[in-house]
Design a protein around this ligand. Structure first.
Ligand code: SF4
Length: 465
């Protein structure tokens, strides 16, 4: 048998095993004793359910804001932001009337900033099409930016107490185990079955259903998944519905859900620049309106819509692409980076290369964004004229041990650019601004931008200029 027919054979036998597992799980969904399990689950929930501001006072608006904030973010972190956000924007109309910058400023530190922009855009739609209210029908909710199937179900069930299923990480794991679903839960057949299971837990509306039932049942399923049916060590001995759980009966609860292996993180090296107004002889960058100009003003840029942290402010930065210069703490300014910086500043801010030179690396920051593990060096740019140069900053080179293979040393001075004159009047592609250091604390910054701003503020407070 050749290789391709072998792989076809493996694929088709895997497919038929998956189909058989799906069939068994489908039977379990159809025959699950929902009523009995629900009664026991709710008893447990009355004694063990968690309390949150959006749960204890669940208006549709509060639920919507909390659900968006909770995406990819822990409850503990959201608690610090939720009331502050609600105080400033108490309803969709107030949120719709705010500027993007105002919303981002209150969101700073929560991460995934596209959520904040989507919230504001959705609030504008609510103000224009829904009389300033959070819609109470599934299709209208799905038409809003940033609202998907889970979020719509959460708003309907938690906010309006309507019969709407939800499925997120905790409930996916819980339902997968309850029905012993032995296939990867993100496949479309598995998703269909899991949504069906989630819906079956919610009784049809009759004279027997009580106010708050849908809200409670979905809350209880979420809490049970979070508190008891935990990812690596489910606490089955404390589970109120353990006797109905197929995975436990089969002894496979720890193996489920079947997940694809996570991809390894990618290492990345960036360098950010602290550029003071006094370090560039000229530039086409505007100043902050109303602020007196000072040589210590710093250059910042608004991150473009297609980039990470879109819409937030940041310090100019470049990615180090040459692997020789990606060696953790041994990063040094290299000629290739100097060329790119020169081109960057000439084309973006109209600063001729002869007016400055790359300065010392001052500090290393490390952070993670999705799959990336980023090492970021903060580098100072210095005025090329030694008479005007600021007080020399200590360099990382002073504190790091010398490396065995010395890297390129900083260039003495970059060559004048013949294009500088031509670039003088070119419109800026990105949004740039000179701002006083004291303005940085009021401005929405990327997470690493905030770390750099604190570093610069401390520097200034210590009187080091
Ligand atoms: S019995 Fe164990 S695996 Fe099953 S739902 Fe409860 S905690 Fe999860």
């Amino acid at each position: 048998m050749n290789t391709s027919s072998e792989s076809f054979h493996v694929d088709s036998s895997r497919r038929s095993a998956d189909e058989s597992r799906l069939k068994k799980a489908r039977n379990r969904v159809e025959n699950f004793p929902y009523k009995k399990a629900r009664d026991e689950l709710l008893m447990w929930f009355y004694a063990n359910g968690r309390h949150f501001p959006w749960r204890d006072d669940p208006t549709p608006y509060r639920v919507w804001i909390s659900e968006i904030m909770l995406q990819q973010t822990t409850t503990q972190t959201v608690l610090g932001y939720f009331e502050r956000f609600l105080e400033r924007f108490p309803d969709p109309k107030a949120l719709a009337a705010a500027s993007e910058e105002e919303v981002l400023a209150l969101w700073e530190g929560l991460g995934y900033y596209r959520r904040a922009r989507a919230l504001r855009e959705a609030a504008i739609v609510m103000a224009e099409r829904f009389d300033g209210r959070v819609p109470d029908c599934y299709d209208d909710l799905l038409s809003l930016p940033g609202v998907g199937r889970y979020c719509a179900g959460a708003i309907l069930s938690f906010g309006y107490d309507k019969r709407a299923p939800i499925l997120e990480a905790n409930t996916t794991r819980l339902h997968t185990r309850l029905i012993a679903l032995g296939v990867e839960p993100s496949t479309s057949a598995a998703q269909k079955l899991l949504w069906q299971a989630a819906e079956n837990w919610l009784p049809r509306e009759t004279s027997q259903t009580q106010t708050g039932d849908y809200r409670r049942i979905n809350g209880a399923l979420t809490d049970l998944g979070r508190l008891v049916c935990q990812p690596t060590a489910p606490k089955c001995d404390f589970c109120p519905i353990a006797r109905f759980c197929a995975a436990r009966k089969l002894g496979v609860q720890i193996e489920l859900p079947n997940r694809r292996k996570r991809q390894a993180p990618i290492q990345k090296t960036d360098v950010a620049f602290w550029i003071s107004r006094g370090d560039l002889k000229t530039s086409r960058v505007p100043s902050l309106p109303g602020a007196p100009e000072s040589p210590t003003d710093v250059l910042i840029m608004r991150r473009p819509p297609w980039a990470l942290w879109a819409g937030l402010w940041d310090f100019p930065r470049l990615e180090v692409v040459d692997p020789r210069f990606q060696q953790k703490d041994e990063w040094r300014f290299d000629p290739e980076l100097a060329d790119r910086l020169s081109l960057f500043l000439e084309t973006e801010v109209g600063a001729p290369a002869e007016s400055y030179r790359p300065g010392a690396a001052l500090k290393l920051f490390r952070h993670s964004v999705t799959r990336y593990r980023v090492t970021l060096s903060l580098c100072r740019l210095e005025n090329a004229d030694p008479a005007l140069a600021p007080v020399a900053a200590p360099s990382l080179f002073d504190v790091l041990p010398p490396t065995d293979a010395p890297l390129a040393s900083p260039p003495e001075q970059l060559a004048p650019s013949p294009d500088a004159e031509r670039l003088k009047n070119k419109p800026l592609a990105l949004e740039w601004l000179w701002v006083p250091i004291s303005d940085l604390k009021n401005r929405p910054l990327s997470s690493t931008g905030r770390k750099i701003a604190r570093f610069i503020e401390n520097w200034r407070d210590e009187g080091r200029r």
